[in-house]
Design a protein around this ligand. Sequence first.
Ligand code: KG4
Ligand code: ZN
Length: 357
Amino acid sequence: MLILGIESSCDETAAAVVEQGRVIRSNIVASQVDTHRPYGGIVPELASREHIKNIVPVVEQALQAAGVTFSQIDGIGVTYGPGLVGSLLVGLSYAKSVAYALGKPYVGINHLEGHVYSVVFENPPIAYPALALIVSGGHTELYWMPAAEKYKRLGHTRDDAAGEAFDKVAKLLGLGYPGGPVIDRLSPRGNPEAVSFTIPRMTDGTLDFSFSGLKTAVRRYVEEKGIKPVVDPEHPPQDVLDLIASFQRAVVRTLLDRVASAVATTKPQTLVLAGGVACNRQLRREARAFAERVGIPLYYPSPPLTTDNAAMIAAAAYPKLRRGEHSDFALTAVAGLKLHNLDLEPASSRRKVRYRI
Ligand code: KG4
Ligand code: ZN
């Protein structure tokens, strides 16, 4: 089964052709980073306009690179939420037009489910129950998955997403956009112990996250120490390097603190780490060390499949299209689409174990 995946939820126009849900025949991503860079963040209106310009050539390129024509495609998977509504509508409307014109099935896919499926290409099949941490520019969510396509949200961010915190801290320090890759690259040159940030925990016992306090703590530190935005982003002064290394350490520790708590109560068979922030090398390293300590396999994608792409959307569409699940042409974009589809409580272990991170 050949599936055309289409993704346009944020600032990447992407199309991919995936065979049998696991083999990538092509994976094309047109990034809009240069368009949004001068603003230090995504401008929704500009994003929609860029998608309109890019969607047709990107899909054509994906078909060409896969060596197939529209007529050889068996179905289409397209992101319909969550994301920027104007951006989502471009990919969704285009996918519907193609499905209608060709008389082929199409299915709307939740972008977050796409991120979960981003691990299927380079890892063994996910063993269930699984625990998935999705960390991106728009989301920081922890899911318990007792079976494929079943999601119980154990925690989510109450304010900023982890990627958003990276982007805002980088902007504050004049390090450029997007901030995550820059901070990841520069942090090894700083001392992560230089500034001590507290790891916030929720008083209500949930596994929710919060990153706005950390962002404010960074801003206060910058004001107190009189740190100025850097002049040369390639060579920031040592106090800035120390600050971002300490900030990155705090983000990684916060994320893994919740994962450790969830592992202790849900005893998963697989850990999944996905979303743009999962590119972060310190997060990967520490998550791997933690997974080895607790003896649970950890799956994350290689960097091109970690940030937004359409191969993951095609992979998520595969089980649905295979069992004949199709979306109606009345389907519309849902900016705040939820992934949570289960109210079961995870089977709690009798003995609570606390893992150190
Ligand atoms: O998943 P993604 O491509 O788009 C969304 O769905 O949001 O994630 C983009 C986010 C941005 O905030 C970016 O700064 C962050 O992922 N990011 C990183 C790294 N690479 C991308 N954050 C930390 N370290 C990285 N290496
Ligand atoms: Zn994403």
